[in-house]
Design a protein around this ligand. Structure first.
Ligand SMILES: Nc1nc2c(c(=O)[nH]1)N[C@H]1C(S)=C(S)[C@@H](COP(=O)(O)OP(=O)(O)OC[C@H]3O[C@@H](n4cnc5c(=O)[nH]c(N)nc54)[C@H](O)[C@@H]3O)O[C@H]1N2
Ligand SMILES: Nc1nc2c(c(=O)[nH]1)N[C@H]1C(S)=C(S)[C@@H](COP(=O)(O)OP(=O)(O)OC[C@H]3O[C@@H](n4cnc5c(=O)[nH]c(N)nc54)[C@H](O)[C@@H]3O)O[C@H]1N2
Ligand code: SF4
Ligand SMILES: [Mo]
Length: 756
């Protein structure tokens, strides 16, 4: 590990780890604590910007819930501390036993990175390879997989992901997305304000709630929850009916228009607007504004991805910019580069693999999060038998926590790698304590920018907390304990490394070309062989050398335009840039080059989804049973939420209890006053919450914040739970028929006053 400098007057450069934007920050240390935090102006994308959440990162770093020793479950369910050697040996033995008895494919890997840490997941791939584990998942399979699959259909492959240029867009559209609280693009509040203050620019928001973003919108389409498919279909049909399509663009760049137009022909605009609960005149205004604009950028998120028709919603959302030609130009949508994949591998064209028990589609290598319990709680011979869970809290974040706990209990072996004693760690057989993200080299692969895309390799600010290890070292030890690498395997690479990086690169390609088994362990191989030749403490960054090589091979022109002659030069720049580096510089035409259909065109007729689009016209309204009259949005992003990365409840200055939001009309009807306690009941469970009455909610719609309902040790050691764990209320069968993404934003519920 690099030597650390705890001089209190030095600003250390790093990043915020609370959301995918990973703003650059600077930190002053006071011993092991974060004394001061400010935005890092040298960071290429955030440019000094932060939101209020970053300033409280000491609640993460100095959490009382940090793990400091490997733990092993005793027969009575309590945990005992064990040493690292025992932990690694026993875990390797138990997982090898599962592999040898049932096959490595029954060992399921979940997680591998959160909002700030993806380096460990790369090494996790080596452990998976050593075990023969072939199925994996992470949080993306309960939000983005439907969108990725649509990208694949439209543009050729799921990796053809588009990014919105909201900074330069004349019209910005947010669909089920509240960037004021959740960000999702760099400097979100600054840009949102700039759009709102410019009379020439327009912001359109589709959200059932008058969110902080909708508050400033020029046009707010306040849909009824779960009806976006009708609203989006109406917008598209207005474009067709009023002849607002960009014909020149469509003639040149797309295919499948006739099939699409035939499907849109089934949409009755007035009826669709009525179904969505939005004024038809407003929908027409929005469609005309989008069509007339010089540039439009659109960002969709959980409000449509975790609600009924979610994959169809993503398809319709993307058609909005495609049919109006808002693509491959400034201020619109572009296909960006990436430093590494965020999925579980398998960036193929479609979804050809399915999960072993339920046969659910595996998209970008990820098994739908909602089906995981069904893949375990069965006597099917191919059921999952063991799980390795890293940097994720699925017993809290997947739908139906009770069933997920039951599933974890049914497994032969559960290994959790985390910094904290989480809800999931409590269900494990072994818990391995990781060094925090400020105690090791870290990076994320949320490299989503265009035309300049940035990568930020962060240095450790502090030594690992005693008893903890960085994930790369944990995986190296597991791979070694599993016997997947021998010293003799690595001898030629050690020799080559002694002769410099050029010799090493040759040897690396040759040896790994001959030995596919070693190629699958590449991060560990690099760490062990190139690592020792790097300056003291930097051994683990050898894996980033590998990424820089593959990045250069994938985008040679863009890397050169960014100023780097080859992968070695890029790697040197990454190491020499503590605030992050622009690793690719694109031209807008690159977006066209990245389309991966043979004819280079965008395919607008997505065969699997057209029947669903045609079916909207006749889909019956869901029957609202008296038992559950409300739609609960279970997991809203607020200024006081940060997934479960902050466990210490005192970080929250507002909304300490994580209030249930409800409209004044509903509150009056039920006879509830502000601050009273209510019981929220769904078909899966019941929780108590405090009520906040607010006219930002429409009648019939209620919401709870995400990431709460986690417990934390009090000063005296007892654990107390704060806020509401929303997934005690959600059901895993309520999910998209296609991608399997759960409907967290659409949970039928009832609310009753708890007698004082
Ligand atoms: N403060 C904070 N920021 C975060 C996070 C956090 O925990 N806290 N988490 C990060 C993560 S992991 C993610 S994925 C992003 C998510 O970011 P967002 O998707 O923006 O977050 P949400 O608040 O969950 O949902 C967005 C909006 O969807 C709306 N919505 C609910 N139901 C519907 C519906 O039926 N239709 C439509 N159109 N909208 C609906 C909600 O009212 C809400 O305003 O945020 C990231 N940023
Ligand atoms: N009901 C409902 N459920 C939801 C959502 C919702 O809106 N509603 N949102 C969904 C979404 S979009 C997401 S992204 C998921 C998020 O849920 P998850 O992906 O399960 O994870 P997080 O809550 O982000 O927590 C990350 C974990 O990483 C741990 N951690 C932090 N730093 C490190 C480290 O350096 N090393 C290791 N090994 N571990 C570390 C933290 O302690 C924590 O346990 O939740 C999903 N679940
Ligand atoms: S939470 Fe997100 S937007 Fe806020 S400072 Fe951290 S990375 Fe930036
Ligand atoms: Mo997320």
């Amino acid at each position: 590990m690099a030597p650390t400098d705890t001089d209190p007057d030095i600003w250390h450069t790093t990043a915020c780890i609370l959301c995918s934007i990973n703003c650059g920050i600077e930190v002053k240390l006071d011993g092991g604590r974060f004394a001061r935090i400010r935005g890092d102006k040298a960071h290429p994308t955030s440019q000094g910007y932060t939101c209020e959440k970053a300033l409280r990162l000491d609640h993460y770093q100095s959490s009382r819930d940090r793990l400091t020793s490997p733990l092993r479950r005793r027969a009575d369910g309590t945990f005992e501390e064990i040493d690292w050697d025992t932990a690694i040996t026993e875990i390797a033995e138990r997982l090898a036993h599962v592999r040898d008895t049932h096959g490595g494919e029954t060992i399921f890997y979940y997680g591998g990175g959160g909002q700030g840490n993806h380096l460990g997941g790369g090494f996790g791939a080596a452990t998976r390879a050593a075990l023969g584990s072939t199925y994996s998942s992470n949080a993306l399979a309960q939000e983005k997989t439907g969108e990725f699959w649509v990208d694949g259909q439209l543009f050729g492959r799921p990796r053809c992901h588009t990014t919105p240029d909201l900074d330069h867009a004349e019209v910005a559209v947010f669909v089920g997305k509240n960037p004021w609280q959740s960000h999702g693009f760099p400097r979100a509040r600054t840009i949102r304000k700039a759009i709102a203050n410019d009379p020439g620019r327009t912001m359109i928001v589709i959200d059932p709630r008058r969110s902080e973003t909708a508050e400033l919108a020029d046009l707010h389409l306040q849909v009824r929850p779960g009806t976006d498919a009708w609203c989006l279909a109406a917008l598209l049909t207005v474009l067709v009916e009023e002849d607002l399509l960009d014909h020149a663009f469509l003639d040149k760049h797309i295919r499948g228009l006739d099939e699409l137009l035939a499907a849109l022909g089934t949409v009755d605009i007035a009826a669709a607007c009525a179904r969505a609960g939005v004024d038809e005149a407003l929908v027409r205004d929005a469609a005309r504004r989008i069509a007339a604009a010089g540039s439009v950028a659109i960002l969709e998120d959980l409000g449509i991805q975790q609600a009924p028709h979610s994959t169809l919603n993503s398809y319709l959302e993307k058609l909005l910019f495609v049919l109006t030609g808002n693509f491959a130009k400034p201020g619109t949508m572009n296909i960006h580069t990436r430093m590494a994949s965020l999925g579980g591998g398998g960036g193929g064209r479609g979804a050809t693999r399915v999960s072993p028990v339920t046969g659910s589609r595996i998209i970008t290598g990820l098994v739908s999060g909602a089906v995981i319990p069904d893949e375990i709680l069965t006597d099917h011979p191919n059921r999952f038998r063991a799980m390795v869970i890293e940097s994720a809290n699925p017993a809290h974040s997947l739908p139906d926590s009770a069933r997920m706990r039951e599933a974890l209990a049914a497994l032969d072996t559960v290994v959790v790698i985390d910094v904290a004693f989480t809800e999931t760690a409590r269900c494990a057989d072994y818990v391995l304590p990781a060094a925090s993200q400020y105690e090791k080299w870290e990076a994320t692969f949320f490299t989503l920018e265009f035309p300049g895309n940035a990568f930020h390799l962060r240095r450790p600010l502090l030594e690992p907390l005693p008893g903890t290890l960085p994930e790369p070292e944990i995986h190296r030890r597991l791979v070694r304990a599993l016997g997947a690498i021998t010293d003799a395997d690595l001898d030629p690479l050690h020799e080559a490394a002694a002769n410099g990086r050029v010799a090493y690169a040759d040897a690396f390609l040759r040896v790994l070309g001959e030995r596919p088994d070693l190629a699958r362990l590449a991060p560990v191989v690099l760490y062990e062989t190139l690592g020792p030749t790097l300056p003291d403490g930097e051994a683990v960054t050898a894996a980033v050398w590998g990424l820089a090589q593959t990045c250069f091979l994938a985008y040679p022109e863009s890397v050169r335009r960014a100023g780097f002659a080859d992968g070695n030069a890029l790697f040197d720049a990454i190491l020499a840039s503590p605030s992050g580096v622009v690793f690719t510089l694109d031209e807008f035409a690159d977006t066209w080059r990245r389309i991966d259909h043979a004819d280079g065109r965008i395919n607008v007729a997505v065969d699997d989804l057209l029947p669903e689009l045609r079916g909207l016209a006749t889909e019956p309204e869901p029957a609202i049973v008296d038992e559950y009259p409300f739609v609960l949005s279970a997991g809203e992003r607020r200024s006081s939420t940060a997934n479960t990365i902050y466990r210490d409840p005192t970080w929250r200055k507002k909304d300490a209890d994580g209030a249930l939001r409800m409209s004044p009309a509903d509150a009056t009807r039920i006879g509830i006053e502000r601050g009273e306690r209510v019981c929220v009941t769904t078909k899966r469970g019941a929780v108590e919450a405090v009520v906040e009455i607010t006219d930002t909610m429409q009648p019939g719609h209620i919401s709870l914040p995400n990431g709460l309902g986690i417990d934390y040790p009090e000063a005296d050691g007892g654990r107390v739970r704060h806020g509401v764990p929303t997934n005690e209320l959600t059901a895993s069968e309520d999910r998209d028929w296609f991608a399997g993404t759960p409907w967290h934003k659409h949970v039928r519920a009832r609310v009753e006053l708890v007698p004082a």
